[in-house]
Design a protein around this ligand. Structure first.
Ligand SMILES: Nc1ncnc2c1ncn2[C@@H]1O[C@H](COP(=O)(O)OP(=O)(O)O)[C@@H](O)[C@H]1O
Ligand SMILES: [Mg+2]
Length: 429
């Protein structure tokens, strides 16, 4: 049983790399906390500082409320599981699991090893060697080795990244179930937002060493603190568009999206928060669950546009609809891009050039320049790409690219952000 505290923790490596930048975080006893962020954002460095394998450059790590600086990694009582967990190839599964007990001088290990192996569903392969196991079984052995000494804290660094997606899904549930059963506090690192949302009690989202948001999956998904968090969570991703704000006092706040408008009624408390940006540009985010296809002549908060392309997923089809608004693209969503545009965007542009862009609604010019909004507080540069609303349709709905489509928008489910990336909202969660 254990709590973890990070107080203004920073890590600057000798070459000047700021891997972790002023992180404050409290992890409760028995909590399953997921550290989420793209590759290179400082997740592993945080884990290594908690484990005592790396010292903070400034700030403090607390274990059970006490400064951990004087404790060796061994004294911290943590167990780590890595992505490329190394099992001893020449030892049996049983000996691999029992190894930490052996190292600590325990002679009677059989019962503990059997119990742990049984809990992990690998009780029948104890005599095998790692080479004779499947990937999933090997990962279970690594888990078993971490559990067997009853650590006070689990630190897991992308333990499922090397497995295929089917197995990942199974092990997600197994690991989070097992860890909760044991009641051991766990810090789990991943770059996979779906993994984070399904496994975590709370998710902490990082970007470039800076903590962006912390909350339950419902909180961070439902009210993302920054544009970056909004763009990172959810599949399909939130559509982000430029909008100009126009206040019609006591009636509504109009959001101008290209040639179309949405109205936030005054009775929506957030209208007042958005009204402060009268005459300015903000970012409007909309998830597929806030959109419903309707007949073209429907009244109310409806956006009309043309389908740019379709994606068929079997159980549903997704229409990517151009409504004449300009997209806001947030960089660094997956792998580090070093300031370069992600490869997929280049590919999209290449395909657009090859096949010619589908017809745009009147007045919309697609000049193919997709510079990137970086949300770092400088105002950012903006993409001139057309925004695409992602609309869920029934499977194989018989509409194709080029078709017109109207969608009703639930304005109470829109997300608003400043161009600097900060959320525009009322109250606190
Ligand atoms: N020993 C080191 N020396 C210099 N830079 C490092 C070192 N370890 C990590 N980094 C850098 O620190 C940043 C954060 O790394 P890391 O914590 O491994 O990120 P993540 O686990 O989120 O992928 C990266 O830019 C990485 O290149
Ligand atoms: Mg890492």
């Amino acid at each position: 049983m254990s709590t973890v505290g990070l107080r203004d923790v920073s890590k600057v490596f000798p070459d000047g790399t700021v891997a972790v930048d002023g992180v404050n975080l409290d992890i409760g006893d028995g909590e399953f906390l997921v550290l989420l962020g793209p590759s290179g954002c400082g997740k592993s460095t945080i884990l290594r500082m908690i484990a005592g394998l790396e010292d903070p450059s400034s700030g403090e790590v607390l274990l059970d409320g006490e400064p951990a600086a004087t404790l060796t990694p061994r004294e911290r009582g943590v167990a780590m599981v890595f992505q490329d967990f190394a099992l001893y190839p020449h030892m049996t599964v049983g000996d691999n699991i029992g190894f930490p007990l052996k190292v600590s001088g325990q002679t009677d290990r059989q019962d503990q090893v059997s119990e742990v192996a049984g809990a992990l569903g690998i009780g029948d392969v104890l005599a095998r060697r790692p080479g004779q196991l499947s990937g999933g079984q090997r990962q279970r052995v690594a888990m078993g080795r971490a559990i067997v000494r009853r650590p006070r804290l689990f630190l897991m660094d992308e333990p499922l990244s090397n497995l295929d997606s089917q197995l990942r899904g199974e092990l997600r549930a197994e690991i989070s179930g097992l860890v909760r059963e044991l009641g051991v506090t766990c810090v789990y690192v991943t770059h996979d937002q779906a993994e984070a949302l399904t496994m975590a009690d709370r998710v902490a989202i990082m970007r470039r060493g800076v903590l962006q948001d912390v909350g339950t999956p419902t909180e961070v998904y439902g009210r993302p603190a920054t544009l970056y968090v909004a763009a990172f969570l959810g599949s399909p991703r939130m559509s982000l568009m430029e909008a100009t704000v126009k206040v019609v006092l006591d009636r509504y706040v109009a959001l101008r999206l290209g040639d179309q408008e949405l109205h936030i009624p005054w009775k929506d408390l957030r209208a007042r928060a958005v009204a402060r940006y009268h005459g300015e540009r903000i970012v409007v985010g909309v998830r597929p669950e806030a959109l419903l296809p309707v007949p073209m002549d429907s009244p109310g908060d409806v956006l009309r546009g043309r389908i740019r392309h379709m994606e068929h997923h079997g159980h549903e089809s997704l229409a990517f609809v151009d409504v004449g608004a300009t997209a806001v693209v947030v960089d660094e969503m997956s792998t580090p891009t070093n300031g370069k545009a992600p490869a997929t965007r280049g590919l999209r542009r290449f395909i657009d050039r090859l096949v010619g862009s589908p017809a745009m609604p009147d007045g919309h010019r697609d000049n193919g320049d997709s510079s990137v909004f970086d949300g770092s507080g400088s105002g950012g540069r903006h993409s001139r790409k057309p925004a695409e609303l992602v609309v869920r349709l029934a499977p194989y709905p018989g509409v194709n690219a080029g078709h017109p489509l109207a969608v009703a928008v639930r304005t109470d489910a829109l997300h608003f952000f400043e161009e600097s990336g900060a959320r525009i909202d009322v109250g606190h969660r």
